[in-house]
Design a protein around this ligand. Structure first.
Ligand SMILES: [Zn+2]
Ligand SMILES: [Zn+2]
Length: 93
């Protein structure tokens, strides 16, 4: 089988995701590898897909964290709103 990216190169491995043939150069330059232990190289298309999945995951995580920070801020501010000036008078100014 020939490499999917280099029609003149004989393939040495296959993509760990979709199974297309990859030559040694493509294997060595692979941006992503499978994380199932043997670190099989991924083809360009699957690498791109993996990158997009990571970005999507990060965005989800960031959104969750924003909600958490928002809740914490509300919890911190709430007593000040409820008790209002009482908190400041307790400080003793
Ligand atoms: Zn692939
Ligand atoms: Zn190649």
């Amino acid at each position: 089988m020939k490499c999917i990216n280099h029609p003149n190169e004989e393939s040495v491995v296959t993509c760990g995701h979709c199974g297309v043939a990859l030559c040694r150069e493509c294997e060595q330059n692979a941006l992503f590898r499978t994380n199932n232990g043997n670190g099989q190289a991924l083809c360009k298309r699957c690498s791109l897909q993996s990158a997009q999945e990571i970005v999507a995951y990060d965005e989800k995580w960031l959104k969750k964290r924003e909600i958490k920070i928002g809740l914490m801020a509300v919890l911190l501010i709430l007593p000040v709103i409820i008790e209002g000036p009482a908190i400041f008078s307790r400080v003793g100014y």
